[in-house]
Design a protein. Structure first.
Length: 257
């Protein structure tokens, strides 16, 4: 009789298959809570039902519900207030919250600050181009007009770092694509937290303020090519400054401070 063929070696799992797993009850409940927030059009600060009501509504154990709430709290999608007036309220969708989780993934993947800066350099011109192409021209003008003047400064007569960060957040919002705005702005948030603030800036340099003014003018005018080019130059200057200020950090792995 012919010999039986040898057993086949198990097929190695692909990356997609390795990430598949059965969702935990708490994850399913967290998703249902988010769906209810969206369907009911709740706003940041609006109260969610009491724990006893949610236990009945979602038909889960107290431990699963509390784990679901912790998952959402870590992501900033809800806030749990202790003490008098305690309760659970709706949070905000902020790139900073996504950035914290993304930082863990980047660190574990071995990504470096140099690669982070390269990603930022590629993404910011894209956002500037989309902002310049935003069909709501009145919104673009209203959003960016405060940055047209280089000499008025902020509340203290000087352009502070927080106002420079606000400029980039506004550009991302004007890109009119919530997916790109959230994902790419989270990259910018990591750059801000890990790179720019480490340069011990008390206020924005005149060149940065000038760049923002020119960028605002180009985007208000709807000149997408110019906006993308100016943003690429603007980011390149900032990256070069950081590399000269902190050359050793460029090759280090990204990590949350």
């Amino acid at each position: 009789m012919p010999a039986s063929p040898p057993p086949k070696a198990p097929r190695p799992l692909g990356a997609w298959e390795m990430t598949r797993r059965t969702s935990k009850t708490s994850e399913i409940v967290a998703l249902e809570i988010v769906r209810d927030v969206v369907s009911q059009k709740l706003k940041p600060g609006d109260r969610l039902p009491l724990e006893a009501e949610m236990l009945i509504q979602y038909r889960v154990s107290r431990s699963s519900l509390r784990e679901a709430l912790r998952l959402l709290e870590v992501q900033g999608l809800i806030a749990i207030r202790p003490g008098p007036g305690s309760g659970t309220v709706v949070g905000q969708v902020l790139p900073g919250n996504l950035a914290r989780t993304l930082t863990l993934y980047l660190h574990m993947s071995g990504a470096t600050y140099d690669e982070l800066l390269n990603a930022w350099s590629a993404s910011e011109p894209m956002l500037a181009r989309l902002a310049a192409q935003n069909p709501d021209r009145a919104l673009v003008r209203e959003t960016l007009t405060p940055f047209l003047s280089e000499d008025h400064g902020g509340k203290h007569g000087k352009w502070e770092v927080v106002e420079g960060l606000d400029f980039h957040e506004r550009v991302a919002d004007l890109a009119a694509n919530p997916v790109l705005a959230l994902v790419l702005n989270s990259i910018g948030y990591i750059v801000t937290e890990q790179v720019l603030t480490n340069a011990e800036r008390g206020e924005l340099e005149e060149r940065i303020v000038h760049d923002h003014s020119q960028l605002a003018e180009a985007m208000i005018a709807g000149d997408a090519d110019k906006a993308a080019r100016l943003m690429a130059e603007h980011v390149r200057h900032i990256v070069e400054d950081f590399k000269s200020f902190w050359p050793r950090k460029v090759g280090e792995k990204i990590q949350w401070r």
